[in-house]
Design a protein around this ligand. Structure first.
Ligand code: FES
Ligand SMILES: [Fe+2]
Length: 459
């Protein structure tokens, strides 16, 4: 039986009510915070206009801290990796003293990008005429030096970009006058992530795909669970969607907590707790069961227990087996729920242990395209040195995420989102569409995101 909308609103269990069932739940998951931005429409042109896109680059991406790579992408002296945002390119390089430097990736002769992708070098040499810089960006050599009598070596160092690290991430900021990174992270996220130290993880998977939509269209699809019932119908048996919890922290970042191991409120009465256990375990073990050609029998919910407790136990065991880490002290929420933080403007690091994911959304050369990075930050047992991070793999735009075996069951879920995103972008171009409306509760974090964006962009 499907319940009607007003009944649904009344009957929903809150995330906090689910979390209270487990005495181990950390306090930070009970913190609820946030303004309630006014319920006003937002202009549609921000997704399609080249003027808007240019202002975003100038006022957002050249002014805000943004995650460029992981520290362990470049662990050894001379390791480098390119970071691209819109039409800007920089190189992050590890110096001999262990520090990281961010340099503009353009030859100062006639502009050639000095590096592409990632690698290891003793110097940066332009492939065109051979101008060469040291790793720290100081000028090393100009062939036929006599032919450039007006050039002074000192003023031909590669320009630097500000760089700092937090939680294993390397952040950059193009603005030399910017606030410190610690102020950008803010007190709340700094405190929350001490529970899930991301600098003790290594990037096991990094897949990036160019998508035919504005970067905000892609980002916003991962900031609300309103779309889950229609877009991801296969998971609503074990993902509580319209009662997710939405928080806004320190006036700039946000969080969405989705209780897993319980059915969507949309399914009330038509789905038993045992159905939830059966469907979630069926999806969790689908790949393994298929490869081994075995049937995995989901556990029965014992008397006095709940679907969440049974599934959290299953997750603790399977995550422990995979990683060699003991998760027995972790709360049900930490091994089961989807806890997603959104750091303004374009980063989504997940909290907890169940989904060790990081998403990043970068504008490409024009407002109709963006890059979506998916990273899996695998936890490592204490005392084991972190391996070098996996280099980014670029998935062609027309290739499904499901083809990327490294992503397991996540690939097909992303493909469900990808069906919508280019269609959203196409529809946004219709000049009859002037404004978009966002919901009061489930899209509140997106409304807050746009208010902040408008303040910064000045439109
Ligand atoms: S363009 Fe780089 S050396 Fe000439
Ligand atoms: Fe989705």
């Amino acid at each position: 039986m499907t319940v009607t909308d007003p009944e649904l609103r009344e009957s929903m269990t809150t995330v906090a009510e689910y979390l209270r069932e487990d005495p181990r739940t950390p306090d930070v998951l009970f913190e609820q915070a946030g303004e309630d931005p006014p319920l006003v429409p937002f202009s549609a042109e921000r997704y399609t206009s080249t003027d808007w896109a240019a202002l975003e680059v100038e006022r957002v991406f050249k002014k805000q801290w943004q995650m460029a790579c992981r520290e362990n992408d470049i662990p050894a002296t001379g390791d480098y990796i390119e970071y691209r945002i819109a039409d800007q390119t920089i190189v992050l390089v590890r110096l001999g003293d262990g520090s990281i430097r961010a340099l503009r990736n353009s030859c100062l002769h006639r502009g050639t990008a000095l590096i592409e992708g990632a690698g290891s070098n003793a110097e940066f040499q332009c492939t065109f005429h051979g101008w060469t810089w040291e790793l720290d960006g100081s000028l090393k050599h100009i062939p036929c030096r006599w032919d450039f009598p007006k050039i002074e070596d000192r003023s031909f160092a590669l320009p630097q970009v500000k760089v700092d690290t937090w939680n294993g991430f390397v952040f950059v900021n193009f603005d030399p006058q910017c606030e410190p990174l610690a102020d950008f992270v803010g007190p709340t996220l700094a405190r929350h992530f001490t529970l899930w130290p991301l600098d003790r993880r290594y990037k096991a998977v990094h897949v990036v795909k160019k998508i035919n939509c504005n970067w905000k269209v892609a980002l916003e699809a991962f900031m609300e669970d309103y779309h889950v019932f229609r877009t991801h119908a296969s998971i609503v048996g074990y993902a509580a969607d319209c009662n997710s919890q939405y928080d806004i922290f320190d006036g700039r970042h946000s969080r969405m907590i989705t209780a897993m191991g319980v059915a969507s409120p949309h399914l009330r009465d038509s789905y038993t707790a045992q159905d939830t256990v059966d469907s979630m375990i069926g999806d969790l073990v689908a790949d393994v069961a298929r490869d081994a050609n075995v049937v995995v029998e989901p556990p029965q919910i014992p008397e006095g227990s709940t679907s969440r407790q049974v599934l959290a136990g299953f997750m603790r065991d399977s995550m422990g087996e995979r990683s060699g880490i003991d998760f027995s002290a972790a709360a049900d929420a930490e091994v089961l729920d989807a806890i997603q933080y959104q750091m303004f403007p374009n980063l989504i690091p997940w909290g907890g242990f169940s989904f060790p994911l990081v998403y990043r959304y970068r504008p490409a050369e024009n407002p109709d395209w963006c890059y979506f990075d998916v990273m899996i930050l695998a936890p490592m047992p204490e005392g084991v040195p972190l391996p070098r991070d996996a280099a980014p793999i670029e998935l062609p735009s027309d290739e499904p995420w499901a083809n990327c075996e490294l992503l397991g069951g996540l690939g097909p879920v992303y493909d469900q989102d990808m069906v919508n995103l280019p269609k959203v972008q196409r529809g946004l171009h219709n000049d009859s569409l002037r404004e978009l409306v966002f919901s009061e509760y489930q899209e509140r974090n997106i409304r807050h995101f746009h208010r902040r964006l408008e303040e910064i962009v000045g439109r």
